[in-house]
Write a protein of this length. Sequence first.
Lengths: 113, 114
Amino acid sequence: QKEVEQNSGPLSVPEGAIASLNCTYSDRVSQSFFWYRQYSGKSPELIMSIYSNGDKEDGRFTAQLNKASQYVSLLIRDSQPSDSATYLCAVGGGPYNFNKFYFGSGTKLNVKP
Amino acid sequence: EAQVTQNPRYLITVTGKKLTVTCSQNMNHEYMSWYRQDPGLGLRQIYYSMNVEVTDKGDVPEGYKVSRKEKRNFPLILESPSPNQTSLYFCASSLGSGSYNEQFFGPGTRLTVL
């Protein structure tokens, strides 16, 4: 069983729409959650981190965490063509794997003009 | 400019020929890590280091070695590369150890083992 699961996509949304990206994880004692954006041929870059249940907003991005359901999501409002990329969900290890990180395989997002 | 650098960026080699991929960061970060990225499998952690002379295995350490003799450098060594180590490799660093720390990634090294 994979530690972190994401739908590979592609997820296609029109420009200006809300893109919703989802991620589930298997270790219920995980404590830290990250969203990275990766353009084709480039390295991952951090968009958001979230550690507590609820929502965290940063500009057009909102991360949502539900530890009971082991679910984390990323909403992108007013999607732009420049948001077209692969989005990686990452989960930090729990108390017994505190220095480890687990990544999903990513969801490819296409924002159509 | 704060950055993580990797060299080489591209490498084609043959089975069994030892190679080293270098990683260096100029941010005085304690934590450094190596990942490999394969289609459909995402990023998988190979090794990580919490500080100088402190390293530990990630999820896929077989066939790899690392060392951390200086805080800024964390080389990845393939003693006897095999074709299944063909992959895209990323080095990453973060200010501190522990899973609450955000990682900064290097540009990647694309390795092909023939």
